[in-house]
Design a protein around this ligand. Structure first.
Ligand code: PDD
Length: 283
């Protein structure tokens, strides 16, 4: 069952008009919220980021946080799995004609669905993943979670074509993020995270990683990270709501550190799994 504009229905029955600006222009924003044991993780934080994305593209939020919570709660309750990823999308809505400028009167399209969430396996985290780098040619508002993901899709496909799982994006000699994840560097025992700005998405999982580092006394610094620091990292990690934290062990075909997950990743992986068990599942 999905939610579309005030109604719950089977996904096969959900239809949107071809004149929807989300379809014509990618004119909309979205969120992906991980759900553990039917508890949405950091829902207020996701709803705040949604509010910020909506404000950034000048759509007024169609729902209050309480309304969103109720709508999402019903989707979660009716889904098959206990662990889920809730996807929600708001577009500016459908116009009567195609025009780049906003219509004067338009009702946003609101869509919510849930899909099963499979955590990355322990084997994958023990083995690590491969990544490539690419120039970050996206726009200058990467802080907005826009559905205009063409650049992200093209950049991710480069990784897939190379048999890798993520593309690490570099802009003007600095690390921005991954095609659909945030990226961390470990150098000489210090965790380095690029600072949140208009060139990256402020990840909810990124916050969790830094909180866990702080809670367990892992030294970290939030600052601009140089391309050179990425290439010469002792460890490289990616994070996202659906991929948790994963170690990148090769970059552009060259080993990162020893070419296997490092000791700080092993620590972070343990902290993350413990946090998931004791907090995210709502215990
Ligand atoms: N993507 N950066 C980008 C470009 C992303 O698309 C994502 C997440 C992140 C990580 O954010 P968070 O930790 O809040 O999930 C960073 C989602 C999962 C997606 O598009 O499916």
């Amino acid at each position: 069952m999905i939610y579309l504009n005030g109604e719950y229905m089977p996904i096969a029955e959900a239809k949107i008009p071809v004149m929807d600006r989300g379809f014509l222009f990618g004119d909309g924003v979205y969120e992906v919220i991980p759900v553990y044991s039917r508890h949405p993780f950091r829902l207020p934080e996701h709803l705040r980021r949604l509010e910020n994305s909506l404000a950034g593209i000048r759509i007024s939020n169609p729902h209050t946080p309480a309304e969103w919570t109720a709508l999402i709660g019903k989707i979660i309750a009716n889904a098959d799995s206990d662990d889920q990823q809730v996807y929600l999308q708001v577009t500016r809505g459908a116009d009567s004609r195609r025009n780049h400028a906003f219509p004067e009167q338009v009702t946003p399209t609101v869509f919510i669905m849930s899909e099963p969430l499979a955590a990355p396996s322990a084997e994958l985290c023990a083995q690590g993943v491969s990544a490539i780098t690419a120039a970050d040619y996206r726009w200058m508002r990467c802080d907005l979670k826009s559905v205009s993901l063409l650049a992200n899709c093209l950049l991710r496909q480069l990784a897939v074509d190379a048999g890798c799982s993520e593309t690490v994006l570099l802009r003007d000699g600095f690390l921005s993020e991954g095609s659909s994840s945030n990226i961390f560097v470990v150098k000489q025992g210090v965790l380095l995270a690029p600072q949140k700005n208009h060139l990256m998405l402020p990840g909810v999982t990124y916050d969790v990683v830094l909180e866990l580092a702080a809670a367990h006394g892992l030294e970290y610094a939030v600052r601009d990270v140089l391309e050179e620091e990425v290439r010469q990292a002792d460890e490289l990690w990616l994070s996202s709501s659906t991929r948790e934290v994963q170690p990148i062990v090769t970059l552009d075909g060259r080993a990162i550190g020893a070419g296997k997950p490092g000791p700080l990743f092993a620590a972070m992986y343990g902290w993350y799994q413990e946090f998931k068990r004791s907090v995210m599942r709502g215990h």
